[in-house]
Design a protein around this ligand. Sequence first.
Ligand code: IVH
Length: 698
Amino acid sequence: MKQNEVQSVTQKIEALRREIDRHNHQYYVLNAPLVSDAEYDRMMNELAALEDAHPDLITPYSPTQRVGAAPLSAFGSVRHAVVMRSLGNAFEADDVAAFDRRNSEALQAAGLMPPGGQVEYMAELKFDGLAVSLRYERGLLVQAATRGDGQTGEDITANVRTVRSVPLRLQGDDIPEVLEVRGEMLMTHQDFERLNEQQRQRREKVFVNPRNAAAGSLRQLDPRITATRPLRFFAYGWGEIRLRQASGELDLFNQEAGDAAMPRDTHAGMLDWFASLGLPVNDLRRRVRGVEGLLAYYEEISAQRATLQFEIDGLVYKVDSLEAQSVLGYVARAPRYAVAHKFPAQEENTVVLDIDVQVGRTGALTPVARLKPVFVGGVTVTNATLHNEDEIRRKGIYIGDTVVVRRAGDVIPEIVASIAELRPADARPFHMPQSCPVCGSAVERLEDEAATRCTGGLFCAAQRKQSLTHAAGRKALDIEGLGEKLVDQLVESGRVKSLADLFTLNVLELAAYERMGQKSAENLVKAIDKARKPELGRLLFALGIRHVGETTARDLALHFGSIEAIMQADEEALLAVRDVGPVVAGSVVRFFGEPHNREIIQALQQAGVEPVAEAAPQGGALPLAGKTLVLTGTLPNWSRDEATRHIMAAGGKVSGSVSRKTAYVVAGEEAGSKLEKARTLGVTILDEDGLKALLAQE
Ligand code: IVH
């Protein structure tokens, strides 16, 4: 290749790299992309093709080199030119006040602040990731290291090169000869969840939290793996800095040696300078004054903590003036001019003492871990729900295990993971019981369902309150005056154990319950009496059989005509009913297969409950036979229940969602997305009058 050709290819390559770097910065650092992904890919492909054709022109800072170099056999070690220190902690407002007071006194004594003045601070987030030091020489990234013991860290240059928000080359004209940038590598919550999901699918190790995921990704010996991990970086400090002077001589600045001539004279100025060089600096940093300013910032960020994209474990306050910083100096391993104001920890380790099983109001069996009490997220946690059997398997939790417990904000405490390495020899796996721990009925777990359920239904004390409230409801037995509060009292006093017991209540005893008088007791007994002759469909619905809603109950009632016939029906017979599929049929058979439930039906009959069969509709003569309608919004005259009843009486069905099979959507005021959907699907829309007109047709 001729000299001028080489020159023009070199220029072309260099121009492309600059352009790609600029777009990288816009995308990964400023979050403000200027070009489409396709356009960006096109530039990358063009650059890669040119580099393929001219491999001798490839340099380590080319954006094509972020894919990850060949695996290492071990990390080398790096001695930090300036030690990487840690921070002292403040936990309470008082600790922060003491920090501010010490600074104030020292700076007044040094004549850097007038009496009564307020110290200026840079307040920042304390990122919960991994501290790293990036070394740029003449603007190029030449080395990256972990903190290690502060003196010596591990050389992770090959891995850090793959992190898109870390510039391989600094921007601008103000490029220092040497710049060691310190900051935190981390992973966002969203990226962490996504990574774990991927790991799960590949049956690989899942990470306990974003910090471990970031650490694990950076400490990979194979940089090609790191390249696939979504790491981020934020700069918050520096180590060695050497500026190139106009004369061309080097000027070494070492803050610790008391050299006050820095490129900027405040911490805030330094961070702005970093940003101007293309380094990522977090936007939530703030200059504040005095302890009031610090605490106000603490309040503000605490309130936002749950909504941040990444984990923070506190805030860091730094005296802003670099001159003041060097006057304040260091004590042991930490600077006096800075402090970490820690949030209460959101994660702690503890031990699973046992796993109990609770039965919820709907009969779902929920395993609950009994924990060795642990203070986390500001409260003492002794229990954590494990949701279901699969969850326990997925997290690999054994009784006796040490686990990570998390409580973030007001969220219910949860077990994040089990630490398998700490499992004692006598740890044992958990098994779901075969029978309900409350009532002894068989439990079942249906295919496609995560929950294991008690089949005890009305017989199970755990489910009694909910079943009774449901049975008394307007769409079921419609017993007016039997509200939740009274049901609670009746069940808790032991007076009502099953639906049948309701029909044995008398005025005298009812009047004795809280918030009940003679009159309300009389009314209630009347209402109960009226419920002795329910329509069969309502009684069926009242029984609370899983998957048997109001409409299905009515269909079953119409088809079979008596409770005995339904109790005797097998799955095949049930499948013959309109709209009944295997899920409903199976559920009905299981319900009546349970002896407790059959006993309750018997007891109901003994208490004088006699359902009346509904008149079967007259075949095709009904105006809405075989049609499905959807109600949305508020109708001017009819309540939703009334409209439903009219539609059902006319042979129609009411469904909760609009599809192509919907015959009509009846829309009232403030109709929402269902109306929209009806319009998109071209389903006929009616108002209340329209519905009435339809019902009047013969
Ligand atoms: S300044 C000389 N600023 O906290 C002081 N540290 O315990 C050097 N950290 O190892 C640290 N966010 O990993 C500083 N905005 C921030 C920080 C921060 C997180 C970490 C860092 C360090 C630890 C100090």
